[in-house]
Design a protein around this ligand. Structure first.
Ligand code: JFZ
Length: 311
């Protein structure tokens, strides 16, 4: 068991945030609407990198307010926050020296929102962590799963790990203070032995950070279930269920199927009764605004928890 697993086991409630260039596309490309997961639009519409990357030039989230996001989390009774530093699209939402395809260099916004968020959460005693897509990177010739720009049979995953994923994870684990969690997702391209080495190398930077089980090969410090899945019987050991507030992880402007405060409380109770944490996702839009219903329903949830919860 990881020596720092204690806070996680007590947390019960986390906030997941999917935010990237896809948030600006909002589920629509060239007048056509895409359903399901907004953060997959580049893949769904087979958008070539040359076109997709142009979106960065007009990505300007001036409504982003780290204090407001962290305050919302606190008001909701949330104990940890995990945000997409880089999702499968390959765009870095933080100041990265490894690539030019990042929010500071490629957008008119020019600032690092992750710096602000690391501070605003820490100030409130909320554990902060990064989601990092360690294998899928649709922007890189050697990253996983872009088959519309690149020939999959020619990919050298090791090259991508060595030249992008690992150096970027090192940045994230060096420049933002202590991280509660590094949330890996959709593993690939590494054997179990290589995954062990990968973990060992990163651990040195932050021995206290917990790694999600989607690092692959049954490794990681706690178990993540499939999306929107709760185990049927109580589980020993640390685990987490992830749900999204509506039906998409990334912002989609035509998805209004938000879970009510009552439904959120019900989910929390179901997950907690089996001994796990609920990490509930919100998808801010391309301007940096958290959807109104997410704000409203999370605050209502917080009020209920304050009246009826343990802490
Ligand atoms: C992944 C991502 O592809 C997706 O965009 C989102 O970030 C989500 C949280 O994670 O999708 C998955 C990964 C694993 C499962 C399902 C969806 N699973 O194990 O059932």
């Amino acid at each position: 068991e990881h020596p720092n697993i204690g806070w996680f086991k007590d947390a019960k409630f986390g906030m997941f945030i999917h935010w990237g260039l896809y948030s600006k596309l909002a589920g629509e490309w060239k007048g056509k609407r895409y359903y399901g997961s907004g953060e997959w639009i580049m893949n769904q519409a087979r958008i070539p990198i040359a076109e997709y990357s142009k979106e960065a030039a007009t990505f300007n989230p001036t409504n982003f307010d780290a204090e407001k996001w962290a305050q919302l989390a606190e008001d909701a009774g949330i104990k940890y926050m995990v945000i997409t530093a880089k999702h499968h699209e390959g765009f870095s939402m933080y100041d990265s020296k490894v690539t030019d395809f990042d929010i500071v260099e490629a957008t008119p916004y020019k600032k690092d929102p992750m710096k602000a968020l690391a501070e605003s959460t820490r100030k409130r005693g909320i554990q902060f962590g990064f989601y990092y897509s360690q294998f899928q990177d649709w922007y890189e010739p050697n990253g996983g799963k872009n088959t519309w720009d690149f020939d999959e049979s020619k990919k050298d995953y090791q090259q991508y790990y060595n030249n992008k994923a690992i150096p970027q994870l090192k940045e994230l684990m060096t420049n933002y203070g202590p991280l509660g969690i590094v949330w890996f997702d959709t593993p690939g391209g590494l054997t179990k032995e290589q995954t062990n080495d990968f973990i060992k190398g990163l651990r040195k930077l932050q021995p206290n950070s917990l790694f999600s089980s989607r690092v692959g090969h049954g490794l990681g410090d706690y178990r993540d279930y499939g999306d929107s899945e709760i185990p049927a019987t109580p589980i020993k050991g640390a685990w987490e269920s992830i749900y999204t507030h509506n039906d998409s992880w990334g912002y989609i402007n035509h998805d209004m199927n938000f879970k009510t405060p009552r439904e959120i409380v019900h989910l929390l109770a179901q997950v907690a009764s089996k001994g796990g944490n609920l990490m509930l996702n919100v998808g801010p839009d391309g301007t940096g605004k958290i959807p109104e219903y997410s704000e409203k329903f999370l605050r209502e949830t917080g009020k209920w928890l304050a009246r009826n919860g343990e802490s």
